[in-house]
Design a binder for this molecule. Sequence first.
Ligand SMILES: Nc1ncnc2c1ncn2[C@@H]1O[C@H](COP(=O)(O)OP(=O)(O)OP(=O)(O)O)[C@@H](O)[C@H]1O
Length: 579
Amino acid sequence: MFKLAKKNLQWWAVILAVAFLIVQVSADLYLPTVTSDIINKGVAQQDIPYIWHTGAKMLLVAFIGVTGAAVNVYFASTQSQKLGKKLRFQLFDKITNLSNREFDSMGNATMITRTTNDVTQIQNVMQTMLRMMIMSPIMLVGAGIMAYTKDHTLTIVFAVALPILAIAVIGIMYFAVPLFKSLQKKTDRINLVFQEGLTGVRVIRAFNQDAYEQNRFDGANADMMKTARRVFIITSFMFPIMTFVLSAVNIAIVWYGAHLIGAQSMEVGNLVAFMTYATQILMSFMQLSMVFVFIPRAQASAVRINEVLALENSVVDPTEPKDKLIVDAPTKLQFDHVDFRYAGAEQLALQDINFTATAGQTVAIIGGTGSGKSTLVNLIPRLYDIEKGEIKLNGQDIRELTQKDLHNDISITQQKAVLFTGTVRSNLQYGKPDATDDEMWHALELAQAGEFIREQGGLDLRVEQNGDNFSGGQRQRLAIARTLIKPAPVYIFDDSFSALDFKTDANLRANLKQDAAMQQAITVLVAQRISTVADADIIMVLEEGRVVGQGTHKELAANNATYQEIIDTQIKKGSDLDA
Ligand SMILES: Nc1ncnc2c1ncn2[C@@H]1O[C@H](COP(=O)(O)OP(=O)(O)OP(=O)(O)O)[C@@H](O)[C@H]1O
């Protein structure tokens, strides 16, 4: 936690917070002495001018104390809030720049909890630290010394009271701290179930699994509640114990103090001041103990935040990157004996992949589910790094380029069409920030999306969260338009035509064929339908990560058993395509 604080706090503000806290504590410690002076010298001797004079002094000291507290709270709050803001930003920045391998290793739910709940823990503890953690020890020692100056023998009560409190606090912490840590894990769990419930709400309803999901959530919720209840029951003992000890201490002080006053070895004012110091000592002791409960809890959060911040990207830019690709050379994309394995997997997900495509060509990848099609196209923008072989763009190994340069040269539509909240225009601007309206309409027309966008309201039509106000096919066409508007030498469509009807799919492919920009580019497309891949220059048939057939539709239809099997399941023998 100190590592996070050290990096992100403004030290001048922390110093000011501490300085004003010392002002407040000094005023708080001085006040009981002023009170005792009023009683001893003013009230006892009925010296009214002294009471007025000392009363004014008391007001001034109280004012200084309040000012010190206000300034300290201001700096402590702003610093802790700024720390929270910085940490949230750093986490968001890190998470959005993680390569897929590291992202897969964590999961969404815990990333969200770490960015929200864990950061709040750190923020709260930092606020507490900049007040209580510094104030309590100073107050404890200061009030101890002041109490001692009022009466030496009465301080013996603390020798009894403080060990009793210490034992109570240690006992409570012993049981509470592990529970606090487990609460954080349970928050992760509840977030996971909640997130799955939200994203899968339609599936849940369709399968009539509302009750099952509710039970699952209820289970996680009840589990969290039980732990939270245990934590709060345990910590709730703190207050009665504290009240009991404080009352016992006060009784002891009054009882013993009365004897001292009777024997004329103590003044009434000193007894009153002593009682105030006793309260300050015990309260600061309790506050300090609470800080020690908060710290392990925040420490657990700090570890979780540091875990994310310390994640090293497995895909990194080269130390001496090659120049950006030569744009006027005809584009060439090569896979040269490429092997790839997911982290921790025993088997290769892709094995010995080879192909070369040049500008204007279309490479289509077809195969059963799980055969490795998406994996293959994800290797081109380096979402994962390969284990063996080389992927080259215009003769350069893609690992020798910066990821920014590489991504500038690739425009991709993922298998699951992702749209962002905003408008059609803002979504298209993801592809080309300075795109004109004409360019946007051109891309929409190419993607067969022009008609419905025009009918529904044009470029400023709202796009709701996840594009929920569009059908699956419409979402996919919008995502394709966003890919097409970006000028790039390589276009990738990962099963992007699957939600389109046959006619729209055929029209879209015909549009792409006729488009001047697409004629200069390499198109890599993953598809399940023979009709989608039939026109491609190179078709690769994948089976369990291996290429079991490579060629044109005609060649494969004539010689490749796997391809023929796919045709058989989709197109009746003797149809036009078989000819
Ligand atoms: N992130 C991942 N971590 C580990 N294994 C993965 C990951 N993604 C995919 N796989 C595995 O890699 C293999 C190939 O998956 P891939 O998604 O490339 O298949 P696909 O051919 O695109 O399938 P589909 O047509 O169903 O989309 C599968 O066995 C899958 O279980």
